[in-house]
Ligand binder design. Structure first.
Ligand SMILES: C[S@@+](CC[C@H](N)C(=O)[O-])C[C@H]1O[C@@H](n2cnc3c(N)ncnc32)[C@H](O)[C@@H]1O
Length: 238
């Protein structure tokens, strides 16, 4: 499907979400490397879609969809699958993935803050490994915008680098994360990538995110902390 710009008006004070911090994904080559490093796994995407109850005719929106794997797997099972991302290069890669799979998906060049959903309200909204691109004030606005695209009772799924260690342990916990997660160059995200994530991006505490979800009208049904540096929230829109 053609890509569309589906955005709200952008007041001059709006956060500059089209200039994200962190790893540079501004070229087709960088996007291909990202897709490899991220370890795109259609089986894992399918397992998540099963958990979220995504089936024929479900309307799913994946915010900050990146290279589009989750959207394409949703489209394969007959969902109305929408991918939203600020990056032309990511969307081009995602669209090519959908074309190779011979499925219809809808791609929108838009951000967390200015995406304006024009189709019927969504049944499921997902976002993975991306909310940390926004400082906390703007995360709250992003969650409000995500909730506004969902029907009451609809499902919101968030997974990201969100920390749950005691704040007083931050220095040692961050160093342990970087030391264990960093891979040699060419084999995945490197220590330098993780150092940059901590230094320049906006990962925050799980207890802050919980408060934001609640204030966005999203009731947390389950919260999983696979590690002290990652969290997953499954929510229902009130
Ligand atoms: C680390 S990637 C994650 C992509 C995908 N969700 C995944 O799990 O593989 C982060 C993505 O967020 C996108 N992004 C960054 N800031 C954004 C924003 N404000 N709104 C929408 N997408 C954004 C980037 O272009 C990139 O595709």
């Amino acid at each position: 499907m053609p890509r569309s710009d589906t955005t709200h008006a952008r007041p001059p004070w709006l956060f500059k979400e089209y200039s994200p911090v962190g790893v540079d994904l501004g070229s087709p080559a960088a996007v291909a490397v990202y897709d490899r490093n991220q370890g795109t796994d259609p089986d894992a995407d399918d397992a998540l879609l099963d958990r979220l109850g995504v089936a024929q005719d479900t309307l799913l929106i994946d915010l900050a969809c990146g290279t589009g794997s989750l959207v394409v797997q949703a489209a394969r099972r007959g969902a109305h699958a929408h991918g939203v991302d600020i990056s032309e290069q990511m969307l081009a890669f995602a669209q090519a993935r959908a074309e190779r799979a011979d499925v219809t998906a809808y791609w929108h060049r838009a951000g967390f803050l200015d995406y304006a959903h024009a189709a019927r309200p969504a049944d499921v909204v997902t976002t993975r490994s991306a909310l940390h691109q926004l400082p906390d004030f703007w995360k709250q606005q992003a969650l409000l915008n995500a909730a506004a695209t969902l029907r009451p009772g609809g499902t919101f799924y968030l997974r990201d680098a969100i920390v749950s260690f005691p704040p007083a342990e931050a220095a040692e916990q961050v160093q342990r994360w970087i030391d264990t997660a960093g891979r040699p160059a060419g084999e995945g995200f490197t220590k330098a990538d993780f150092e940059m994530h901590v230094r320049e991006e906006f990962s925050t505490y799980a207890w802050i995110v919980e408060g934001m979800l609640d204030r966005a009208g999203l009731d947390t049904v389950s919260r999983t902390l696979p590690s002290a540096t990652h969290a997953e929230f499954l929510c229902r829109r009130r």
